[in-house]
Write a new protein. Sequence first.
Length: 162
Amino acid sequence: MSTQSPQAEQSPQAGNGADQVQSPLTLVMPIKDGAAEGLRALIEGLPKLPVNPVDAALDQMQNVHFARFVLLENDTRLAIITSYDGDFRRYIMDFIDILGPVFDELLSFVSDWPAEHPVQTCRDEFLDYVEAHDLRCVGSFYSAYPQLPVNDIVAPLAGAGG
């Protein structure tokens, strides 16, 4: 008999306890030879847009605690690292729905995702790709507030004017 919550059972990488609502994602993808500079320019350009589409999407989704891009191994791999609430499939599908074109741009720099496969029309393939490229935690996934979803953390701050 499983002691994990239904949310944890649906996630490929569950948290520590039965009532932990957060899950980690560490998506690591190989960058095409010679493409790191263009990828870095794309990522560094996002915050310079009038509206950063990634930040706007994460605000809209209301289930992401933290997210960041990291170039690894001498700029040969792109990591997208997040902590999120809820179901893995729903999380990835929300990203496809809200950020599909941005993911297509990012994936154009990745060596093992076919450029002719837009994520919005290849949803299940992209879900499988993310699951296959998600590095699992070694040991447990720690959270200082394991039972608090994003909305429970943000709501008091918004009410206080912050």
